[in-house]
Design a protein. Structure first.
Length: 453
């Protein structure tokens, strides 16, 4: 610290000295040139003496610092002022060169810290469900770890990113989704290649843990393949479309392998399925928005296998329309919000009748749900279901649910749901009522990317 103080004083003195020299060399107008030159030379000599004194003081300070340094400190490189030119014999002998030092990176778990930057975002979501009550048509287990979803997400390069979601259940392991997204294609196109949930309606695209209710609506179970829905390997192409003022339009076209639960089942390599989706979005106010969509899906089914008909002629066509209204004030979004959603589905399924005739079953179904966040921790909601059956449109199931969700934090949920159903009991050839209470515990670990809303 003394050395730096002396250095600062020297620089300050050297900057002030010219000003003092200028003022001291001012002479009266009647002074002769010889006397003026003598005065300037005398001022320069005084300045040189002062600088020599400062240099001598600095040398003494440096000498004291070297003598008081520890051996470890003395091995450090020495810093000398360029203006202080030491004379021979004034500096101590040069220390022996210090051994070469190598920089060692701190390691964690056998890998360097920089290597961690290349790892993807990893998350784990646990979904534990319990059921109590009576349901003879589609009974559920009393207690089960319904799903454990591991997510791996990362940016691959400036042109692509990858997402993979692996589901671990009590009955096995399933790749729920795994695809690469190309974000820099010409023409504003977005391309996804791999396996993922098809963009058919709204509920089909949502993972189980992101649903606002524990189970899926009756119409998705009866017409769209249940929990897995239309989830297949394929190519998914989307693009923003020109739209009127204040509207956002997105079109999606998808070609899938043709195997999705019991909805589509390909019998040949060329029996691919196709999905198309058009979405329209608009902000109505600062806090309210409207989301509309129409969807179409087409693929082969297995109704013709084992019959006298050509299996290639048996198709399933699905149509869907959805509407969502959200109210979420910007300043109070974590305390109050409201969401209303409804989806309508039509199914046209080719099959063989009991009289061995080729026929097409036309079934219709829908659900409507509402969800209101009462405060930061509690959310209440309800859902009404009504749906025909894909193989027998004359049988219509109905039901409703009341839902209550508690949020201890953003990383966990505790949910209870009362579910009533008026369902067709096939073995007994009659309708029967189901009354159940379901509860769910959800938890999240790690960085899990947000799903489309």
């Amino acid at each position: 610290m003394k050395r730096f103080a002396a250095l600062s004083a020297l620089l300050l003195f050297s900057s002030i000295a010219p000003a003092q020299d200028t003022s001291s060399t001012r002479v009266k107008p009647d002074a002769t040139p010889a006397s003026t030159e003598d005065a300037r030379m005398k001022a320069i000599e005084e300045q040189l003496r002062a600088l020599a004194g400062e240099v001598a003081l600095l040398r003494l300070e440096l000498k004291e610092l070297r003598e008081t340094k520890s051996p470890e400190q003395s091995s450090a490189p020495q810093v000398l002022l360029a203006s202080a030119r030491p004379e021979p014999g004034m500096l101590p002998p040069s220390p022996a060169p210090a051994p070469a030092q190598t920089t060692q990176t701190q390691t964690f778990g056998g890998a360097s810290g920089n290597a961690k930057l290349l790892n993807p975002d990893i998350s784990l979501i646990g979904d534990f469900i319990g059921t109590a009550g009576r349901n003879t048509v589609s009974p559920s287990r009393s207690l089960e770890l319904h799903e454990s979803e591991v997510g791996l997400q990362a940016i691959i390069d400036p042109y692509a990113r990858a997402d993979a979601f692996i589901s671990f259940g009590e009955t096995g392991v399933n790749v729920e989704e795994g695809y690469i997204t190309f974000t820099s294609l010409p023409g504003g196109f977005l391309l996804k290649v791999g396996k993922k949930r098809a963009d058919f309606g709204k509920v089909n695209t949502i993972h189980n843990h992101a649903l606002p209710f524990i189970d899926r609506p009756l119409v998705t179970n009866n017409l769209v393949g249940g929990e897995d829905g239309i989830d297949d390997a394929g190519i998914f192409l989307s693009r923003f479309l020109p739209a009127p003022k204040n509207w956002f339009l997105e079109g999606t076209a998808e070609v899938l392998r043709g195997d999705s639960a019991d909805v589509f089942q390909a019998n040949r390599r060329q029996d691919v399925s196709v999905v198309g989706h058009l979405r329209a979005y608009r902000d109505l106010t600062e806090s309210t928005n409207l989301d509309l969509g129409v969807s179409y899906a087409r693929g082969h089914n297995n109704a013709g296998i084992g019959t006298t008909f050509d299996p290639a002629n048996f198709l399933t066509n699905l149509y869907s329309a959805d509407a969502t209204v959200r109210w979420k004030p910007l300043r109070r979004a974590i305390y109050h919000s409201f969401l209303f959603r409804t989806e309508l589905f039509w199914s046209a399924r080719d099959q063989v009748s009991s009289a061995n005739f080729f026929q097409t079953q036309h079934a219709f179904g829908f659900y409507s749900s509402a969800e209101y966040r009462a405060n930061r921790r509690w959310t209440i909601g309800g859902r009404f279901d009504r749906s025909g059956r894909a193989t027998n449109a004359s049988l219509t199931d109905t039901g409703f649910s009341g839902i209550l969700t508690y949020w201890p934090s953003e990383f966990s949920q505790i949910r209870g749901q009362y579910r009533y159903g008026h369902l067709w009991d096939t073995p007994n050839d009659r309708f029967t009522n189901a009354n159940e209470f379901l509860f769910q515990f959800l938890f999240v670990m790690g960085a899990h990317g947000a799903h489309p809303f």
